[in-house]
Design a protein around this ligand. Structure first.
Ligand code: NAP
Length: 269
């Protein structure tokens, strides 16, 4: 990819995007300039990744493209700091890609009226290029802008074009979902320990079992209910386990968890 990329916020997600962009050769180190708040952290990240990381917004804003990767609650401070820069920086003209939960395209476009704005919701698996990213483009974005944003995130995994109205729902499932799966796997492993497995065995079994189940669904193009039916024989162990989940309203709990994530996302915006 061409141009310089400014990364405003080089935390968990900023790093989860930039490192695979560098490792894949999509970006070269000298194309990236990032900022954080803490000087010590900036120095450590520079030593670790070899990209320019500082605490100054100016070089990030003047890069051709900007990736906003701070927390949504931190955006007002970022914008105030930007407005106070004297002299005002000559900002880049390229994409502004925001990964901030809940911050609408309208709010982004109002903050960066001259630049094409994009909302991207990547998930954490982007860090190993097995991610999933939802993209919504501002109305004024050109096909070239869409292509560039899509190409950047395609390096990190699958890309879904999502309407802005669906963005919070996408985040709730695709980006918060890994936490739900992690909690489920942890609990399954606990169940294995309760049933007599060693902790290390139980963790491995839970992980390999979930990965295998997902691979099977994909390979066979099965729906989840087809997989469940394939495993549950009449009067067998698996249907006994499923019945227990149903008694505990497991499905309703998961549906409510996704809806809670969506609600929280709306509050953050
Ligand atoms: N976690 C996910 O799976 C996920 C998925 C999709 C979208 N998101 C979104 O990703 C965003 C980042 O989340 P995260 O978990 O990566 O947060 P994080 O680890 O806290 O990173 C935020 C970064 O922003 C920097 N920052 C904050 N205020 C700043 C300022 N005024 N000037 C310069 N830098 C500033 C922080 O600097 P310091 O390090 O010095 O504090 C930090 O590097 C959030 O908006 C979230 O909604 C997350």
């Amino acid at each position: 990819m061409d141009g310089r990329w400014g990364i405003l916020g080089y935390g968990q997600m900023g790093q989860s995007l930039v490192r695979p962009w560098l490792d894949s050769g999509c970006l070269q180190r000298e194309q990236v300039v990032a900022c954080v708040r803490d000087q010590g952290r900036a120095a450590a990240l520079y030593r670790q990744d070899g990209v320019a990381v500082g605490i100054d917004l100016r070089p990030v804003l003047t890069a051709d493209h900007l990736v906003l990767a701070c927390k949504p609650q931190q955006l007002p401070t970022v914008l105030e700091t930007r407005a106070a820069l004297d002299p005002p920086p000559q900002e880049g003209q390229g994409l502004v890609i925001s990964i901030l939960a809940g911050v609408s395209l309208g709010r982004l476009q109002a903050a960066f009226p001259q630049r094409p704005c994009v909302r991207a919701i990547p998930n954490i698996a982007c860090r190993i290029r097995a991610g999933l990213t939802g993209l919504a483009m501002a109305a004024g974005a050109s096909p070239q802008h869409r292509e560039l944003a899509t190409a950047m995130f395609a390096v990190l995994g699958q890309v879904e074009q999502v309407s802005e109205a669906q963005m919070d729902a996408f985040l709730a499932l695709a980006a918060s979902g890994p936490a739900l799966v992690a909690v489920m796997m942890e609990a399954l492993a606990d169940g294995g320990v309760a049933a007599g497995l060693l902790r290390s065995q139980a963790n491995t079994v839970a992980q390999v079992m979930v990965a295998g189940s997902t691979a099977l669904l994909q390979k066979e193009q099965w729906s989840p209910s087809a997989l469940k039916e394939a495993v549950c024989s009449p009067g067998g162990t698996s249907i006994a386990a499923v019945a227990e989940l149903e008694r505990r309203s497991f499905r309703a709990a998961l549906m409510d968890a996704v809806l809670a994530a969506q609600r929280r996302c709306r509050e953050l915006g």
